[in-house]
Write a protein that binds this ligand. Structure first.
Ligand SMILES: [Zn+2]
Ligand SMILES: [Zn+2]
Length: 382
């Protein structure tokens, strides 16, 4: 273990190793920093696991306008153990295993969205921030969380003995569940279509199973990942469809005895995904525009003509979107995880998808592969 607490002039100094990404397209280097003891309301946490998000792949390759200064501390899907709490912290205690969301309050305690009396819709705040973006991420062994983060932020405690591999997936699961529950009554006993077979679709598949969907149709271009997901997560309700020229027709056939899906979740970060998604909408369909399309050139415009009368009013269609998560999704994710409702979650990470902190670049490269689902970096083994 490299980490040690040493007493210097009666002040405890914690050494934390930060894995800094030098620039877009760059590489990581380990830098040691000293952390003070947590002040009043603050909390010192030790990183246990970090899972890699597709946005980390984009950030590592081309950067992101939200990251204003380099080198940057990225990675935001994290589980941690509370090491020490400052005066006045009562919600958490040393030894607690926690999962932490990515979208966090802005830090202004009077904010209408994020403050003590706010709505909690902090992703709508004009000063919204997220870990691994404006706020440092968890490519570091230890972090001190400020008082507003500890009080108001998306931090959930897990029971003793809970698997830190699963706790670090609180955040991506929360994002998925925000999309699936923003509109009521479109999953349980309904037909769900998932475009893409990456990690968000694989979470959605497991959540739809837990929520009692009638049928779940998974659409994907690549055979390899589709086969993996069907093999490991499929049951009698799950149908896989290759994304070829007949995809629209094949999805509608698979929806039978219904004519069209009740819920379409667009999880492919590409224009073609949106072009396909709107072709699948029918009577009463809800579309969750879940994956954003962005790159070095910014966010492209993707247009679609909407008939407010025939489609929205008479067909009861709903076009909605979610990105990120609030306490709503975080609590739902925590409920499913701690309630044992996602028994196959561990299958999303196989031996080729486990890395150590000294291998962050390799981990991110693995997450970009066409067959990978959830890459986890294990900070218990430096
Ligand atoms: Zn993420
Ligand atoms: Zn705010």
């Amino acid at each position: 273990m490299i980490i040690a607490t040493v007493k210097v002039n009666h002040i405890s100094i914690m050494r934390s190793i930060f894995y800094l990404l030098d620039k877009p397209g760059g590489s990581f280097s380990a830098v040691e920093q000293e952390l003070p003891e947590p002040g009043p309301g603050e909390m010192l946490v030790r990183t246990r696991r970090v899972s890699v998000c597709q946005s980390d792949v984009v950030i590592q390759r081309v950067g992101l306008p939200r990251i204003k200064s380099w080198p940057a501390v990225i990675l935001h899907e994290v589980s941690a153990t509370v090491e020490a709490v400052g005066a006045g912290v009562t919600k958490f205690a040393p030894g607690d295993l926690i999962g932490i969301g990515c979208d966090i309050p802005c830090g202004d305690r009077a904010c209408l969205y994020c403050g003590d009396k706010g709505t909690g819709d902090w992703t709508c705040c004009p000063n919204t921030q997220a870990t691994g973006h404006e706020f440092p991420g968890f490519a570091r062994t230890h972090a001190i969380l400020p008082d507003w983060f500890v009080d108001l932020g998306p931090i959930m405690k897990f029971p003793v003995g809970f698997d830190p591999d699963h706790a670090c997936q609180l955040e991506p699961l929360a994002c998925c569940l925000e999309g699936m529950t923003r509109v009521n009554n479109c999953i349980t006993n309904r037909v769900v279509v998932l475009i893409g077979a990456g990690s968000q679709s694989t979470y959605a598949l497991q959540c739809a199973q837990a929520m009692g969907a009638r049928k779940i149709i998974l659409v994907n271009r690549g055979a390899e990942r589709l086969e993996r997901v069907l093999r490991d997560f499929g049951d009698e309700r799950v149908v896989g469809i290759r994304w070829d020229e007949q995809v629209v027709e094949n999805v509608f056939t698979a929806c039978q005895p219904f004519n069209e899906p009740h819920f379409v979740m667009m999880n492919v970060p590409a224009r073609e995904g949106y072009e396909l998604s709107v072709k699948l909408l029918g009577y009463g369909s809800v579309l969750d525009a879940h994956a954003g399309v962005k790159g070095a050139g910014g966010k492209p415009r993707i247009t679609h003509e909407v008939d407010l009368n025939n489609d929205i009013h008479y067909k009861l269609q709903c076009l909605q979107a979610t990105h990120g998560s609030s306490m709503h999704g975080i609590r739902l994710a925590h409920e499913l995880l701690t309630g044992g409702k996602l028994p196959k979650l561990g299958l999303m990470t196989n031996v080729t998808e486990r890395f150590r902190p000294s291998q962050i670049l390799e981990a991110i490269q693995r997450a970009a592969d066409g067959d990978s689902l959830k890459v986890i970096i294990d900070f218990d083994h430096p």
